[in-house]
Design a protein around this ligand. Structure first.
Ligand SMILES: [Zn+2]
Ligand SMILES: [Zn+2]
Length: 346
Protein backbone atom coordinates (compact mmCIF):
# COMPACT_ATOMS: atom_id res chain seq x y z
CA UNK A 1 0.00 0.00 0.00
CA UNK A 2 1.01 3.64 -0.49
CA UNK A 3 1.74 5.89 2.46
CA UNK A 4 3.21 9.35 3.05
CA UNK A 5 6.63 9.22 4.72
CA UNK A 6 8.71 11.89 6.42
CA UNK A 7 12.15 11.98 4.76
CA UNK A 8 13.80 15.03 6.36
CA UNK A 9 12.69 18.56 7.30
CA UNK A 10 11.02 20.09 4.24
CA UNK A 11 10.87 16.77 2.39
CA UNK A 12 8.03 14.24 2.16
CA UNK A 13 7.73 11.14 -0.03
CA UNK A 14 5.15 8.49 -0.92
CA UNK A 15 6.40 4.94 -0.47
CA UNK A 16 5.11 1.41 -0.80
CA UNK A 17 4.91 -0.15 2.71
CA UNK A 18 3.26 -3.25 4.22
CA UNK A 19 -0.46 -2.96 4.83
CA UNK A 20 -1.14 -2.82 8.59
CA UNK A 21 -2.70 -5.84 10.33
CA UNK A 22 -4.79 -6.31 13.46
CA UNK A 23 -2.30 -6.66 16.33
CA UNK A 24 -4.57 -6.36 19.36
CA UNK A 25 -8.14 -7.51 19.90
CA UNK A 26 -9.17 -3.83 20.29
CA UNK A 27 -7.74 -2.72 16.91
CA UNK A 28 -9.43 -1.99 13.61
CA UNK A 29 -7.87 -1.53 10.18
CA UNK A 30 -9.36 1.43 8.31
CA UNK A 31 -9.23 2.02 4.55
CA UNK A 32 -8.64 5.76 4.30
CA UNK A 33 -10.72 7.95 1.97
CA UNK A 34 -9.67 11.46 2.98
CA UNK A 35 -6.87 12.75 5.20
CA UNK A 36 -5.32 16.18 5.75
CA UNK A 37 -2.30 18.09 6.98
CA UNK A 38 -2.44 19.63 10.48
CA UNK A 39 -0.84 22.90 11.60
CA UNK A 40 0.95 20.81 14.24
CA UNK A 41 2.59 18.72 11.45
CA UNK A 42 4.48 21.86 10.47
CA UNK A 43 6.51 21.70 13.68
CA UNK A 44 8.47 18.66 12.43
CA UNK A 45 8.12 19.53 8.72
CA UNK A 46 9.99 22.76 9.50
CA UNK A 47 12.53 20.91 11.64
CA UNK A 48 11.51 22.75 14.83
CA UNK A 49 10.60 19.48 16.57
CA UNK A 50 12.28 16.10 15.92
CA UNK A 51 10.73 13.25 13.97
CA UNK A 52 12.21 9.92 12.98
CA UNK A 53 13.20 9.77 9.29
CA UNK A 54 11.09 7.20 7.42
CA UNK A 55 8.13 7.39 9.83
CA UNK A 56 4.54 7.41 8.59
CA UNK A 57 2.62 10.64 9.19
CA UNK A 58 -0.80 12.25 9.62
CA UNK A 59 -3.42 12.03 12.37
CA UNK A 60 -6.77 13.05 10.84
CA UNK A 61 -8.88 10.93 8.47
CA UNK A 62 -12.22 9.46 7.47
CA UNK A 63 -12.56 6.01 5.96
CA UNK A 64 -14.16 2.58 5.85
CA UNK A 65 -13.64 -0.13 8.46
CA UNK A 66 -11.86 -2.99 6.69
CA UNK A 67 -11.18 -5.43 9.52
CA UNK A 68 -11.78 -5.57 13.30
CA UNK A 69 -10.24 -7.30 16.31
CA UNK A 70 -12.20 -9.82 18.40
CA UNK A 71 -13.17 -7.31 21.10
CA UNK A 72 -14.54 -4.70 18.70
CA UNK A 73 -18.34 -4.80 18.63
CA UNK A 74 -19.40 -1.16 18.10
CA UNK A 75 -18.20 -0.95 14.48
CA UNK A 76 -18.13 -3.53 11.69
CA UNK A 77 -16.37 -4.01 8.36
CA UNK A 78 -17.96 -1.70 5.81
CA UNK A 79 -18.88 1.03 8.34
CA UNK A 80 -18.08 4.63 7.39
CA UNK A 81 -16.13 6.27 10.24
CA UNK A 82 -14.27 9.30 11.51
CA UNK A 83 -10.80 8.31 12.78
CA UNK A 84 -9.99 10.83 15.56
CA UNK A 85 -6.37 11.57 16.38
CA UNK A 86 -7.15 10.70 19.98
CA UNK A 87 -7.71 7.06 20.90
CA UNK A 88 -9.84 7.12 24.03
CA UNK A 89 -10.44 3.72 25.62
CA UNK A 90 -13.83 4.90 26.89
CA UNK A 91 -13.28 3.16 30.24
CA UNK A 92 -10.61 5.00 32.26
CA UNK A 93 -11.35 7.89 34.64
CA UNK A 94 -10.27 10.50 32.06
CA UNK A 95 -12.49 9.10 29.31
CA UNK A 96 -15.46 8.69 31.64
CA UNK A 97 -15.10 12.31 32.77
CA UNK A 98 -15.21 13.46 29.13
CA UNK A 99 -11.48 14.00 28.63
CA UNK A 100 -10.66 11.24 26.15
CA UNK A 101 -7.78 13.36 24.80
CA UNK A 102 -6.04 12.62 28.11
CA UNK A 103 -6.92 8.87 28.10
CA UNK A 104 -4.84 6.99 30.65
CA UNK A 105 -4.50 3.90 28.42
CA UNK A 106 -1.69 5.20 26.26
CA UNK A 107 -1.44 3.79 22.76
CA UNK A 108 1.78 2.84 20.91
CA UNK A 109 1.49 5.09 17.88
CA UNK A 110 0.14 8.50 18.81
CA UNK A 111 0.77 10.49 15.66
CA UNK A 112 1.19 8.80 12.32
CA UNK A 113 -0.15 6.64 9.55
CA UNK A 114 -3.36 8.49 8.66
CA UNK A 115 -1.88 9.88 5.43
CA UNK A 116 -1.82 6.51 3.69
CA UNK A 117 -4.13 3.92 2.15
CA UNK A 118 -4.70 1.89 5.33
CA UNK A 119 -4.41 2.64 9.05
CA UNK A 120 -4.23 0.41 12.13
CA UNK A 121 -6.48 2.21 14.63
CA UNK A 122 -6.14 1.42 18.36
CA UNK A 123 -9.05 1.47 20.84
CA UNK A 124 -11.38 1.17 17.86
CA UNK A 125 -14.43 0.06 19.81
CA UNK A 126 -14.98 3.35 21.63
CA UNK A 127 -12.79 5.94 19.86
CA UNK A 128 -14.04 5.56 16.27
CA UNK A 129 -17.08 7.66 15.38
CA UNK A 130 -19.58 5.99 13.08
CA UNK A 131 -21.14 8.13 10.32
CA UNK A 132 -24.59 6.98 9.18
CA UNK A 133 -24.83 5.53 5.66
CA UNK A 134 -22.10 5.40 3.04
CA UNK A 135 -19.70 8.02 1.64
CA UNK A 136 -21.74 8.06 -1.61
CA UNK A 137 -24.71 9.43 0.37
CA UNK A 138 -22.86 12.71 0.99
CA UNK A 139 -21.63 15.72 -0.98
CA UNK A 140 -17.98 16.62 -1.30
CA UNK A 141 -18.51 19.50 1.19
CA UNK A 142 -20.15 17.17 3.72
CA UNK A 143 -17.25 14.70 3.48
CA UNK A 144 -14.88 17.58 4.27
CA UNK A 145 -17.05 18.55 7.25
CA UNK A 146 -16.74 14.99 8.61
CA UNK A 147 -12.98 15.06 8.13
CA UNK A 148 -12.65 18.12 10.40
CA UNK A 149 -14.22 16.07 13.20
CA UNK A 150 -11.04 13.96 13.37
CA UNK A 151 -9.20 16.88 14.95
CA UNK A 152 -9.52 20.54 13.97
CA UNK A 153 -13.24 21.15 14.62
CA UNK A 154 -13.14 19.15 17.86
CA UNK A 155 -10.02 21.04 18.94
CA UNK A 156 -11.67 24.40 18.20
CA UNK A 157 -14.71 23.28 20.17
CA UNK A 158 -12.44 22.20 23.02
CA UNK A 159 -11.01 25.72 23.21
CA UNK A 160 -14.56 27.08 23.61
CA UNK A 161 -15.57 24.38 26.13
CA UNK A 162 -12.36 24.89 28.14
CA UNK A 163 -13.00 28.67 28.19
CA UNK A 164 -16.51 27.85 29.49
CA UNK A 165 -18.16 29.93 26.76
CA UNK A 166 -21.82 30.38 27.59
CA UNK A 167 -24.98 31.96 26.23
CA UNK A 168 -24.56 35.72 25.65
CA UNK A 169 -20.79 35.79 26.14
CA UNK A 170 -18.44 38.24 24.51
CA UNK A 171 -15.67 35.90 23.37
CA UNK A 172 -12.24 36.65 21.94
CA UNK A 173 -10.53 34.10 19.67
CA UNK A 174 -6.75 34.43 19.34
CA UNK A 175 -5.37 32.67 16.25
CA UNK A 176 -6.83 32.60 12.73
CA UNK A 177 -5.48 29.22 11.63
CA UNK A 178 -7.90 26.36 11.00
CA UNK A 179 -8.20 25.67 14.75
CA UNK A 180 -8.95 29.31 15.62
CA UNK A 181 -11.56 29.47 12.85
CA UNK A 182 -13.17 26.30 14.21
CA UNK A 183 -12.97 27.93 17.66
CA UNK A 184 -15.27 30.64 16.28
CA UNK A 185 -17.75 27.90 15.30
CA UNK A 186 -17.37 26.33 18.77
CA UNK A 187 -18.06 29.65 20.52
CA UNK A 188 -21.13 30.19 18.34
CA UNK A 189 -22.44 26.69 19.06
CA UNK A 190 -22.13 27.42 22.79
CA UNK A 191 -24.15 30.63 22.40
CA UNK A 192 -21.61 33.48 22.44
CA UNK A 193 -23.38 36.58 21.13
CA UNK A 194 -20.27 38.52 20.26
CA UNK A 195 -17.19 36.81 18.83
CA UNK A 196 -14.08 38.92 18.27
CA UNK A 197 -11.50 37.19 16.05
CA UNK A 198 -7.90 38.36 16.02
CA UNK A 199 -6.85 37.96 12.39
CA UNK A 200 -4.16 39.47 10.21
CA UNK A 201 -5.15 37.77 6.96
CA UNK A 202 -8.00 38.91 4.75
CA UNK A 203 -9.00 35.41 3.53
CA UNK A 204 -9.05 33.99 7.06
CA UNK A 205 -10.98 36.96 8.46
CA UNK A 206 -13.58 36.48 5.73
CA UNK A 207 -14.05 32.81 6.62
CA UNK A 208 -14.12 33.78 10.30
CA UNK A 209 -17.05 36.11 9.63
CA UNK A 210 -18.81 33.35 7.72
CA UNK A 211 -18.30 31.04 10.71
CA UNK A 212 -19.83 33.57 13.13
CA UNK A 213 -17.23 36.19 14.10
CA UNK A 214 -18.95 39.54 14.67
CA UNK A 215 -15.75 41.64 14.84
CA UNK A 216 -12.27 41.29 13.39
CA UNK A 217 -9.24 42.80 15.12
CA UNK A 218 -6.34 43.02 12.67
CA UNK A 219 -3.99 45.00 14.89
CA UNK A 220 -1.06 43.25 16.60
CA UNK A 221 0.42 43.30 20.11
CA UNK A 222 -0.61 46.15 22.39
CA UNK A 223 -2.70 47.79 19.67
CA UNK A 224 -4.77 44.61 19.43
CA UNK A 225 -5.38 44.62 23.20
CA UNK A 226 -6.39 48.28 23.03
CA UNK A 227 -8.81 47.56 20.20
CA UNK A 228 -10.50 44.71 22.10
CA UNK A 229 -10.88 46.93 25.16
CA UNK A 230 -12.47 49.63 22.97
CA UNK A 231 -14.90 47.11 21.45
CA UNK A 232 -15.93 45.85 24.90
CA UNK A 233 -16.36 49.30 26.49
CA UNK A 234 -13.23 48.74 28.56
CA UNK A 235 -14.57 45.56 30.14
CA UNK A 236 -12.62 42.84 28.33
CA UNK A 237 -13.98 39.47 27.22
CA UNK A 238 -16.05 36.98 29.22
CA UNK A 239 -14.12 34.10 27.66
CA UNK A 240 -10.96 33.84 25.56
CA UNK A 241 -9.89 31.05 23.19
CA UNK A 242 -6.13 30.76 22.77
CA UNK A 243 -5.46 28.78 19.55
CA UNK A 244 -1.80 29.61 18.90
CA UNK A 245 0.36 28.09 21.64
CA UNK A 246 2.93 30.89 21.86
CA UNK A 247 3.62 32.30 25.33
CA UNK A 248 2.85 35.78 24.01
CA UNK A 249 -0.63 34.60 22.90
CA UNK A 250 -1.47 33.28 26.37
CA UNK A 251 -0.27 36.53 27.92
CA UNK A 252 -2.35 38.49 25.42
CA UNK A 253 -5.35 36.31 26.33
CA UNK A 254 -4.94 37.40 29.95
CA UNK A 255 -4.81 41.05 28.89
CA UNK A 256 -8.05 40.99 26.90
CA UNK A 257 -9.98 38.93 29.47
CA UNK A 258 -12.18 40.58 32.09
CA UNK A 259 -11.67 39.71 35.75
CA UNK A 260 -12.96 36.21 36.48
CA UNK A 261 -12.86 35.07 32.84
CA UNK A 262 -11.47 31.72 31.74
CA UNK A 263 -8.87 31.31 29.00
CA UNK A 264 -9.28 28.05 27.03
CA UNK A 265 -6.08 27.01 25.33
CA UNK A 266 -5.47 24.38 22.68
CA UNK A 267 -2.30 25.67 21.03
CA UNK A 268 0.49 23.25 21.96
CA UNK A 269 2.60 25.32 24.37
CA UNK A 270 6.27 25.73 23.54
CA UNK A 271 7.16 27.38 26.85
CA UNK A 272 4.99 28.07 29.89
CA UNK A 273 3.79 31.65 30.46
CA UNK A 274 3.99 33.40 33.79
CA UNK A 275 0.61 32.88 35.43
CA UNK A 276 1.15 35.74 37.90
CA UNK A 277 -0.57 38.27 35.65
CA UNK A 278 -3.63 35.99 35.61
CA UNK A 279 -3.70 35.96 39.43
CA UNK A 280 -4.48 39.65 39.80
CA UNK A 281 -7.57 39.37 37.61
CA UNK A 282 -8.78 36.01 38.95
CA UNK A 283 -8.43 34.53 35.46
CA UNK A 284 -8.62 30.77 34.95
CA UNK A 285 -6.38 28.96 32.46
CA UNK A 286 -7.30 25.49 31.23
CA UNK A 287 -7.18 23.37 28.11
CA UNK A 288 -5.14 20.63 26.50
CA UNK A 289 -5.72 17.80 24.06
CA UNK A 290 -9.31 17.87 22.75
CA UNK A 291 -11.95 15.31 23.76
CA UNK A 292 -12.49 14.44 20.11
CA UNK A 293 -14.69 11.34 20.37
CA UNK A 294 -16.79 12.79 23.20
CA UNK A 295 -17.57 16.03 21.34
CA UNK A 296 -18.15 14.25 18.02
CA UNK A 297 -20.66 11.84 19.54
CA UNK A 298 -22.37 14.40 21.79
CA UNK A 299 -22.55 17.51 19.60
CA UNK A 300 -20.47 17.89 16.47
CA UNK A 301 -21.53 15.00 14.21
CA UNK A 302 -25.15 15.97 14.75
CA UNK A 303 -24.42 19.64 13.98
CA UNK A 304 -22.69 18.62 10.72
CA UNK A 305 -25.48 16.20 9.72
CA UNK A 306 -28.09 18.92 10.32
CA UNK A 307 -26.07 21.40 8.25
CA UNK A 308 -25.71 23.78 11.22
CA UNK A 309 -21.93 24.04 10.82
CA UNK A 310 -19.62 23.85 7.79
CA UNK A 311 -16.10 23.57 9.20
CA UNK A 312 -14.89 21.77 6.03
CA UNK A 313 -14.48 25.22 4.46
CA UNK A 314 -11.06 25.38 6.14
CA UNK A 315 -9.79 23.11 3.35
CA UNK A 316 -8.79 25.69 0.77
CA UNK A 317 -6.55 23.42 -1.34
CA UNK A 318 -6.80 19.75 -2.31
CA UNK A 319 -4.19 17.19 -3.34
CA UNK A 320 -3.95 13.46 -3.97
CA UNK A 321 -1.56 11.29 -1.96
CA UNK A 322 1.08 11.42 -4.72
CA UNK A 323 1.30 15.21 -4.21
CA UNK A 324 1.93 15.04 -0.48
CA UNK A 325 5.00 17.30 -0.78
CA UNK A 326 2.87 20.05 -2.35
CA UNK A 327 0.19 19.58 0.35
CA UNK A 328 2.73 20.30 3.11
CA UNK A 329 4.35 23.17 1.21
CA UNK A 330 0.98 24.89 0.66
CA UNK A 331 0.47 25.02 4.42
CA UNK A 332 4.08 25.85 5.19
CA UNK A 333 3.89 28.85 2.83
CA UNK A 334 0.42 29.79 4.13
CA UNK A 335 -1.06 29.39 0.66
CA UNK A 336 -3.68 27.05 2.13
CA UNK A 337 -5.53 27.42 5.43
CA UNK A 338 -5.60 23.60 5.54
CA UNK A 339 -4.57 21.05 2.89
CA UNK A 340 -6.98 18.24 2.03
CA UNK A 341 -5.61 14.91 0.80
CA UNK A 342 -7.88 12.70 -1.28
CA UNK A 343 -6.59 9.16 -0.74
CA UNK A 344 -9.45 7.26 -2.43
CA UNK A 345 -12.65 8.36 -4.18
CA UNK A 346 -14.88 5.83 -2.44
ZN1 LIG B 1 -3.97 17.88 14.20
ZN1 LIG C 1 -9.40 6.14 28.44
Amino acid sequence: MKAAIFVEPGKMAVKEIDKPKIEKSTDAVIRILRACVCGSDLWWFRGISKREAGSTVGHEAIGIVEEIGDDVTAVHPGDFVIAPFTHGCGKCAACRAGFDGSCEERIENTNGGYQGEYLRFEHANWALVKIPGKPEDYTDAQLNNFLTLADVMATGYHAAASAEVKQGDTTVVIGDGAVGLCGVIGARLRGASRIILMSHHEDRAKLGREFGATDIVSERGEDAVKKVMELTNGNGADSVLECVGATSAIEQAGQVARAGAVVGRVGVPQTEPSSNTLFWKNIGLRGGIASVTTYDKDILLDAVLKGEINPGKVFTKRFDLDHIQEAYEAMDKREAIKSLIIVADK
